[in-house]
Design a protein around this ligand. Structure first.
Ligand code: AMP
Length: 214
């Protein structure tokens, strides 16, 4: 049983660490960004609404995100824990999540804050490539695929996320500072937050996370 949140700026490696954490602790990975991207791909109404904000690097309105995240948390596979990746992103979302968990006799076990400096974030975001088919992530310098433009795992086409261009990335980092960083103080008050160095290798970051969780 592990109920946890991965906090950190865009490009901190939340997605990479999430894959490892959910495998080790056998919990579902709930990424609100992934849910939106899936909806955009499928051309749903929700996807259309979210895309306008995402393309600018802005946050999707709180009420919409809260509804999506809490609906997902009600699914059966979340009974024995979950990893929230990219939610909450505002203090209001965090308050609503607390209310939701309390109403369901639940609470967070730990909040994991991934720390990475701003220059490195930009380098990581703009170099990121993702598989159109399976969602695996690569980096043009740090973690290139064996064959350029092709996913090692499934052979799918590697693309750059629409919001990973330099201008949008800058805005996402600034939105993070204004609206999401205050969450660190919020969770420091309520207790269980750990700060983990996200600028080292993914393996070493994961070791730090496991130490903190266990
Ligand atoms: P991510 O994949 O977590 O980087 O999210 C991509 C984009 O989806 C963000 O830049 C936001 O536009 C939107 N998004 C994802 N999660 C949230 C959230 N909790 N609150 C508001 N917007 C979100």
């Amino acid at each position: 049983m592990l109920r946890t949140i991965l906090l950190g700026p865009p490009g901190a490696g939340k997605g990479t660490q999430a894959v490892r954490i959910v495998e080790k602790y056998n919990i579902p990975h709930i990424s609100t960004g992934d849910i939106f991207r899936e909806n955009i791909k499928n051309g749903t109404e929700l996807g259309k609404r979210a895309k306008a904000y995402m393309d600018k690097g802005e946050l999707v309105p709180d009420d919409l995100v809260i509804e999506i995240a809490t609906t997902r948390l009600l699914e059966d596979d979340c009974k024995d824990g979950f990893l929230l990746d990219g939610f909450p992103r505002t203090v209001y979302q965090a308050e609503k999540l607390d209310e939701f968990l309390k109403a369901h006799d639940s609470k967070l076990d730990i909040v994991i804050d991934l720390e990475v400096g701003e220059e490195e974030l930009m380098r990581r975001i703009t170099g990121r490539r993702v598989c159109k088919n399976c969602g695996a992530t690569y980096h043009v310098v740090n973690f290139p695929p064996a064959v350029e433009g092709k996913c090692d795992k499934c052979g799918g086409e590697l693309i750059q996320r629409d919001d990973d261009n330099e201008e949008t990335a800058k805005n996402r980092i600034s939105v993070y500072k204004d609206q999401t960083e205050p969450l660190i103080g919020y969770y420091e008050k309520s207790g269980n937050i750990v700060h983990v160095d996200g600028s080292i290798s993914p393996e070493n970051t994961f070791d730090q996370i496991v130490k903190a969780v266990d």
